[in-house]
Design a protein around this ligand. Sequence first.
Ligand SMILES: [Zn+2]
Length: 399
Amino acid sequence: MSFKTAISVFFACFLLFLGPAWALDVNSVRIGGHGDKERIVVELTGKSQFRAFVLQSPDRIIIDLDDFNWKVGKMSRPPVTLVKDVRFGSLGGGKGRLVLETATPVIIKSAFAIDKSGGQPDRIVVDFAKTSAAVMKEATTQQMGNMKMPAEPKAASKTVKKSSEPEEKFAPAKARKLIIIDPGHGGQDPGALGVNGAYEKTIVLAVGLELKRQLEKAGYRVEMTRATDVFIPLGERVKFARKKGGDLFVSLHADSISRSNVTGASVYTLSDTASDKETAKLAERENKSDLIAGIDLSHQESDVADILINLAARDTMNQSRYLAKTVINTLDQNNVKILDTKYRSAGFAVLKAMDIPSILVEMGYLTNRQEVERLSNSAYRTQVASALKLSIDKFFQRN
Ligand SMILES: [Zn+2]
């Protein structure tokens, strides 16, 4: 375990300590075998549903279980192993995740649960082997185990199974994509104020509802964090997206700035450090939403948020960045004015949905008279929404 992992583990323990008393403990994780064939054995204090699958960039094996307490001391592992790093944490919704980063591309050969017997505890066994990057890529669409979780973007029904192993059930093929639209602010939090008196909360809701209409017409499923003028805390928006098992999360905003000549849309993704000063300030403004509504944020540990980002989000972040760039290009090609510095990143609380690719779109500056008037016009809003819909099409065509 690297020092960084040890730190993560420390904070994850802290997180677990704060959390509810879960029934399930992970008491031991053993790695055995050598060379290009290895076995992971996870010892539990009870039965748990699970699923196992692989993801790339970085190469890793994911084992999802019921939420668990981490009671593992020193891990047992051979001197030479493909496993470089082990991380874990809570996925929310009663699920926990173990991540085993590997030194090379790997494929899961088999994965099964063994019930407690003969003094041995309940355990989950995952056998894996070295493979090529191309074969691993194919395998990212397969998962093993009996846990159903609709949120994973690459879930599929096909998998490899040996007849000598316990019966396995597989997740059903992915249904229509679910887009979570998050119109910013609402209720007592108006967001930015337009020079024509328009509120950010009103403009972003109108674009959100138009985007929903267009997406549903094209066969997507859509859930909105708010569809009326109500206040929803940032954390609730993230929880909502995860609970619904969204495939994409799009947060809609419009900004304000002291210089009234600044105009154009920009798109943001989550990062632990802001790409520049202005973006850090923007994130601060947007993150203030909860303060405006009088919600006490003092109990929210930023370190906990950091682990959640660290845990499973690296490939989600790549996907988010790809989506952000697609949106910028598509807006540009569809006559939506974009800002000179179009794409930036910072610690936006509302983007911390972890395993869902997420972006925040600032559609323009309400402090510029022409722009706020454009955004107050339904024809222009329809144009913005159709460019967003087109970007979402492009995103799924690639993924
Ligand atoms: Zn906003």
